[in-house]
Design a protein around this ligand. Structure first.
Ligand code: RB5
Length: 165
């Protein structure tokens, strides 16, 4: 599975701390994850929508190679997801959710992350770099990458998210 990662300066420190632990996470889960850090690469101030755009468009480019796409099919089965970090996680989520096939969840603990996958079939995890520490974030990433979409009644609801109003 490809995991595209991006942050602004507000999420940079947490992103860097997590990058060191992510390959071990893949090994411990017995899964082959390909983590791609799309920046930012320093703590210099940048605009978070630019990084959200890079990550979302990378995920969506991978989706284009697939024969079909439905919002209610488990996003993990598409083998391409994203993780975005900013100070609050909020701006990244707002930008990412502008893309019709993206469901970005702003999460701050394990339970919310589980629900973002089980109920909302999130394909982007947004993390608030200034409000959570790296052990908490690592556990949330583990949950995000391993929790299946529950389908059933939730399929109807995520299909409705994809519908334009
Ligand atoms: C940057 O100062 C901050 O606004 C950004 O990281 C994020 O929190 C935006 O939502």
């Amino acid at each position: 599975m490809k995991i595209y990662i991006g942050s602004d300066h507000g999420g940079f420190d947490l992103k860097q701390e997590l990058l060191g632990s992510l390959s071990a996470l893949g090994t411990s889960l017995g899964k082959s994850f390909e983590f791609k850090d799309l920046g930012c690469y320093t703590s210099e101030s940048v605009n978070y929508p630019d990084l959200a755009k890079l990550v979302c468009e990378s995920v969506l480019d991978d989706y284009k190679k697939l024969p079909h796409f439905t919002a209610s099919e488990d996003a993990l089965s598409y083998e391409s997801v994203g993780i975005l970090f900013c100070g609050s996680g909020q701006g990244m989520a707002m930008k990412a959710n502008k893309y019709q096939q993206i469901r970005a969840g702003l999460c701050w603990n394990s339970e919310i992350t589980t629900l973002a996958r089980e109920h909302n079939n999130a394909n982007i995890l947004c993390l608030p770099g200034r409000y959570i520490n790296s052990p908490v974030a690592l556990e949330m990433v583990r949950i995000f990458l391993t929790t299946p979409f529950a389908k059933g009644r939730h399929s109807i609801r995520v299909d409705k998210i994809a519908n334009t109003i």
